[in-house]
Design a protein around this ligand. Structure first.
Ligand SMILES: [Fe+2]
Ligand SMILES: [Fe+2]
Length: 193
């Protein structure tokens, strides 16, 4: 299946669940980051499905808008939505996109690791460093509560470890991601059509 078909498929679900324009923008950029990393990792690790990476990234925040209204957990609800539409292969990716249940075992990066990491590199629709995204999340979600702050910090130290694992095989500096993406925006055109 080519990228355009994957995008159209996911977009029909964005439409069905009335995903907001800013969340669509965000998801598109997350998918581009995930695609970039996934494509390079599939060259060294053939167990990965690039299609699953892109689908998971495009769908990771499918429930965000609904959750903002109902207060539900958008990760769990997102998984339910995916499974309702038969997208079993991305259920776990969507559910774990904020908080991974585990880091890669024996260095084997899986699709869910890529999507979770990519989401942490995209602030709204901009690619930023993990540290920048962390400080944004701390301000928006912890709001000075020490327990929340602690959980977020722990989650980001996992993300930092994940970053090392992902990039050690790629021979790229994580901070150069932005520069690479300026030239490689494979999904951008579909959005504008
Ligand atoms: Fe999310
Ligand atoms: Fe997200």
């Amino acid at each position: 299946m080519d990228l355009k078909d994957i995008f159209e498929d996911c977009k029909s679900l964005w439409d069905l669940y009335q995903m907001l324009p800013n969340i669509r923008e965000h998801s598109l950029v997350v998918a581009e980051v995930a695609f970039f990393i996934g494509k390079r990792l599939t060259e060294v690790q053939n167990s990965l499905s690039l299609e699953t990476v892109v689908r998971g990234a495009l769908m990771h925040d499918i429930a965000k808008g609904i959750s903002l209204k109902t207060g539900e957990d958008h990760c769990k609800l997102g998984r339910e939505i995916c499974e309702r539409h038969g997208l079993w292969e991305i259920g776990e990716i969507v559910e774990e996109h904020v908080r991974l249940k585990e880091l890669p075992a024996q260095g084997q990066i899986r699709e869910k690791h890529i999507v979770c990491y990519a989401d942490k590199r995209v602030m709204h629709n901009r690619v930023v460093s993990l540290e920048k995204r962390l400080s944004d999340i701390l301000v928006r979600y912890a709001q000075g509560r020490p327990d929340a702050q602690e959980r977020i910090l722990q989650n980001f130290s996992l993300a930092k470890r994940l970053e090392e694992l992902i990039f050690q095989g790629l021979g790229i500096n994580p901070l150069d991601l932005q520069t690479f993406l300026e030239e490689e925006r494979p999904l951008r055109n579909f959005m504008e059509e």
